[in-house]
Design a protein around this ligand. Structure first.
Ligand SMILES: *[C@@H]1O[C@H](CO)[C@@H](O)[C@H](O)[C@H]1NC(C)=O
Ligand SMILES: *[C@@H]1O[C@H](CO)[C@@H](O)[C@H](O)[C@H]1NC(C)=O
Ligand SMILES: *[C@@H]1O[C@H](CO)[C@@H](O)[C@H](O)[C@H]1NC(C)=O
Ligand SMILES: *[C@@H]1O[C@H](CO)[C@@H](O)[C@H](O)[C@H]1NC(C)=O
Ligand SMILES: *[C@@H]1O[C@H](CO)[C@@H](O)[C@H](O)[C@H]1NC(C)=O
Length: 738
């Protein structure tokens, strides 16, 4: 009895276990999908998540959505065609499930298809177009008709005819102007309206200099595109032009119109192959795909079925086997998260098969190559694999918009090495920590723009002393004392010397800041003071400036260590505080919280010489030595590439600046990583002539150095004026930033 009983008991346990397992399995199969959402979807996400079938994962921009799906961190989402085109070359695991189409009945397999019309009498394909009258809609309408597809025809023709104009001499020395001149030189009188560069002031100058390109335009404001640019382009052709760039949809509308039906036989499509097809047989140039539903390859088939069930009434090519989802699933809240913001794009065309992004997109158009045109490129210096990746995505994103010159990414060891690489002409540009400003200028680099930040992210260097210190009651008292500075030539170092010079605490006898500080202090720690790449002058006392530094026993075997890296215990802001606590008399550091230190051990000596009575770093702004931005975009001070770099920077700001509607945001996180290429604190680029106080302060630090050099050495033509006279266009361009 007991035996059977116990046996039964065991079986009972088994049943419960099986049931439990089944339950676990069921819960497991119902593990919610994750979808790409943006922060504005928060409220809808909360509603959707009540039903536990889809969970939101927030991305700052669509490129991160693509990267998260690629890495199986998110299951599915929607991307714009522009984002898809950026990622296509790099991604393997992202597949296309569907397209969002609008309900307007358009007889076109793409969102937009560029076509080229010619007179049927034309012979010689893409050759024989020299001197022909060229009709074009103009540029910069929206995200759909991008410059790349609108320029594809002329770029192909110029290349085919060996007329790219790489040798063109143009006043601005930009590839951008060479392109315009090449089009103008090749074609006859034309109508190819603007905006060409996208900034009215400069566009107007270019319109005057290349007026031949707008000679055939009909409107009063010759180079401005009309209200119906694609129709205008056909009108230009019909009224005497030879070749016109327009869209398939516009051609259909135009020639289906009874007024124009009788002219159908006069025109044909000029194909990429050079063939001419009749109007009944269109051939496409670049096509812009639709907004896409994408998913990770692993879950593709179940998500595809579920989407058809959730959005049954929105599916164009319905599968009759799929049952619509029950009405209580909160699908209404999922719709705004997944669907495009434009309300009329609410029809879903399910895509056949499981094409990768690249396979799918290649049916529409070529992925723009990132190789250089006319051998011109902007070489961007990167300092890590992650940064190199972001840079390569940026290069693709720029190429997709036909931004010229193309960006080429070159990896170096660290920002410091990048500065040296710019000096030696191995790279062209880098966005560098403000910290390196002094050293960069010693290497003959100069800023092209300043990444601007919110107020809280600005740098405020302060002078710190021990709270028990009673002998230091003015800046003058610091003479002959032991200084702890994060880095030789760093921004704290420079701010200190600048303030001390302005107050006559440091002598004016020399402009060699290294020598001045070297004479002012006794044994100190200024990491990097022994290192040629820190642009040290011959007249500093290296031993003195390195004397207090200590090697980190875990990282360094040597007895002395003056390095500007973690092998030196007193390197950096925290290192300088440590140095002050243990061996120094004062430190100059950036104002921060410093949680690793007891702030009661320190007090601050203000710029005006008074000591703040309360201990700690929390002092008011006027007490700090200065307040400045945290980074700058640097290039060689004198280089024929400056105007080209300026154009690229303007475009980066315009197309990839911070803005919720951009597919790729260059100032934001990439692949969930912060501070790549630009600091994430960056809100936008500002002009080097900006009136903002923190920018003027920063510029002032270096003008003081230059001014000093000019007065002492008798060089009246200071480098700053030299720059303005040599490079008017680059400088003017950079005035545009605000
Ligand atoms: C375009 O319209 C014609 C009829 O006017 C139709 O036969 C054809 O399939 C349509 N093409 C597309 C791509 O929708
Ligand atoms: C236009 O041409 C004039 C005369 O050659 C020149 O001075 C001016 O700088 C040019 N403007 C532009 C924007 O190229
Ligand atoms: C008129 O439109 C239809 C589709 O809407 C298209 O198939 C046809 O080719 C068009 N006719 C011309 C001459 O473009
Ligand atoms: C993104 O980051 C992951 C690791 O976090 C890495 O494996 C992957 O290669 C990165 N992808 C890109 C494109 O940078
Ligand atoms: C010096 O500046 C600090 C900070 O702004 C201020 O509190 C203090 O009153 C000033 N001292 C003198 C003597 O002006």
């Amino acid at each position: 009895m007991r035996y059977t009983n116990s046996k039964r008991g065991k079986m009972g346990v088994c049943r419960v276990l099986v049931l439990l397992l089944a339950l676990i399995c069921e819960i497991y199969t119902q593990e919610p999908y994750t979808i790409c959402a943006s922060l504005k979807d928060k409220a809808d996400c909360d509603q959707v998540e009540r039903k536990e079938f889809v969970r939101c994962k927030f991305n700052l921009h669509q490129v991160d959505c693509l990267l998260n799906i690629e890495q199986d961190k998110i299951d599915f989402g929607r991307v714009t065609p522009e984002a898809a085109l950026i990622g296509a070359k790099f991604l393997k695991n992202v597949v296309v499930l569907g397209e969002f189409r609008n309900n307007a009945v358009k007889n076109d397999s793409a969102e937009l298809s560029v076509v080229v019309l010619v007179r049927k009498t034309h012979t010689g394909g893409l050759r024989n177009l020299r001197g022909k009258k060229y009709c074009h809609p103009g540029f910069k309408f929206n995200q759909i008709a991008t410059d790349f597809i609108l320029k594809e025809f002329e770029n192909t023709v110029l290349k085919e005819n060996n007329a790219e104009g790489c040798q063109n001499n143009v006043i601005t020395e930009t590839l951008f102007e060479k392109e315009i001149k090449a089009v103008s030189d090749f074609f006859g009188p034309s109508c190819r309206p603007g905006p060409w560069i996208g900034f009215e002031k400069y566009d107007n100058d270019f319109y005057k200099n290349y007026s031949k390109l707008c000679e055939l335009c009909n409107n009063n404001d010759k180079c401005r595109p009309g209200n119906e640019p694609f129709t205008d382009s056909i009108n230009c052709l019909v009224n005497g032009g030879d070749v016109a760039v327009t869209t398939l949809d516009t051609v259909y509308q135009y020639f289906n119109n009874t007024d124009n039906k009788n002219r159908i036989d006069e025109f044909g499509y000029l194909c990429k192959s050079g063939d001419i097809n009749g109007l009944e047989d269109p051939c496409m140039w670049g096509q812009q795909p639709w907004n896409l539903i994408i998913a990770n390859r692993k879950k593709e088939s179940s998500i595809k079925k579920d989407i058809q069930s959730w959005f049954a009434s929105n599916i164009i090519n319905k599968d009759s086997n799929i049952v619509p989802a029950p009405s209580d699933m909160n699908i209404d809240y999922l719709q705004p998260i997944l669907f495009p913001e434009e309300k009329d794009y609410n029809q879903i065309q399910i895509v056949e098969g499981t094409p990768s992004l690249l396979e799918y997109l290649e049916k529409y158009r070529v992925i723009p190559p990132t190789n250089e045109k006319c051998d011109e490129k902007i070489r961007w210096c990167t300092v890590s694999n992650a940064e190199q990746e972001k840079c390569e995505w940026l290069a693709q994103a720029s190429a997709n918009l036909a931004i010229q010159p193309t960006i080429k990414c070159i990896q170096s060891h660290n920002t410091f090495a990048c500065l040296e690489d710019i000096k030696t002409d191995k790279v062209d540009v880098v966005s560098s920590d403000a910290h390196f400003g002094y050293i960069a200028r010693k290497k003959d680099l100069a800023p092209l723009a300043f990444p601007d930040t919110a107020g809280k992210d600005r740098i405020k260097p302060i002078i710190v002393i021990r709270s028990t210190e009673n002998d230091i009651t003015s800046l003058k008292n610091l003479e002959g004392k032991k200084a702890c500075v994060p880095e030789y030539g760093g921004i704290e170092w420079l701010s200190f010397i600048n303030t001390a010079r302005a107050q006559d605490v440091l002598s004016h006898s020399s402009c060699d800041y290294g020598q001045l500080i070297s004479n002012f202090v006794t044994d100190s720690c200024m990491p990097g003071a022994h290192d040629k790449e820190h642009e040290i002058s011959g007249s500093i006392n290296q031993d003195k400036l390195c004397k207090l530094c200590q090697p980190d026993p875990q990282e360094s075997k040597t007895g002395v260590n003056c390095n500007s890296n973690s092998g030196n215990r007193f390197y950096g802001n925290s290192g300088a505080l440590k140095c002050l606590k243990e061996v120094g008399d004062y430190a100059v550091v950036t104002q921060e919280a410093y949680p690793d230190f007891n702030s009661n051990d320190f007090k601050v000596l203000c710029k005006n010489g008074s000591v703040v009575s309360a201990a700690g770093f929390n002092v008011d702004e006027n007490c700090a030595l200065t307040k400045i931005i945290d980074s700058e975009v640097l290039a060689k001070k004198v280089s024929p590439k400056l105007a080209n770099i300026a154009i690229v920077l303007l475009n980066l700001e315009a197309h990839f600046g911070s803005d919720r509607h951009k597919s790729f945001e260059v100032f934001n996180a990439f692949n969930n990583t912060l501070d790549l290429l630009f600091k994430d604190s960056t809100q936008g680029l500002s002009s080097i002539q900006s009136d903002s106080e923190h920018i003027k302060n920063f510029v002032q630090l270096f003008t003081d150095v230059e001014k000093c050099a000019a007065t002492i050495d008798g060089k009246s033509n200071s480098a700053a004026t030299l720059r303005i006279t040599i490079l008017p266009f680059a400088i003017c361009l950079l005035f545009i930033f605000y």
